[in-house]
Design a binder for this molecule. Structure first.
Ligand SMILES: [Zn+2]
Length: 142
């Protein structure tokens, strides 16, 4: 599935996944982005969604949003906004549940990004919930 908004990974991004896991993109978030594997933990989903923002993979972001929380305009909003931020760093601060056998999980993280030359830091505690056996992003009210 091609998404016209996304950008292709550069060489250094392939050798080191943008989610800062220290693995290659191939061994980390790529199999999720290409639908080869599904994240087993909430943290894996969180990382792959950060990485999807990084590569501007709108379809993946929509797909991994919990259906209960997807708004009608979500996809268009993402298409319009996904280019604004250039993501630089992800730091996972804490996780709670979100393991293979769980149905819910929380991931607390901070992420740095630039809009133009201005640096911002997003701090969030995301909640995740399984839907039909797959982890989905619920909201940031954790
Ligand atoms: Zn990754």
């Amino acid at each position: 599935m091609t998404d016209p908004y996304q950008r292709e990974p550069r060489e250094k991004e392939i050798s080191l996944c943008p989610c800062k896991s220290k693995s290659s993109y191939m061994d980390c978030c790529m199999p999720y982005h290409y639908g080869i594997k599904k994240p087993e933990t909430a943290e894996q989903l969180m990382r792959s969604r950060y990485c999807a923002y990084f590569f501007r993979r709108v379809d993946y972001l929509v797909d991994t949003w919990h259906p209960d929380k997807r708004t009608a305009g979500l996809k268009n909003e993402l298409k319009e906004n996904v280019h604004e931020a250039n993501w630089k760093f992800l730091n996972i601060l804490a996780t709670s549940k979100g393991q293979k056998g769980d149905k819910t999980g929380k991931v607390e993280f901070s992420a740095d990004y630039y809009v133009g030359s201005e640096k911002y830091t997003l701090e969030e505690c995301s909640r995740f919930r399984k839907h039909k056996g797959s982890w989905k992003y619920l909201d940031d009210k954790g």
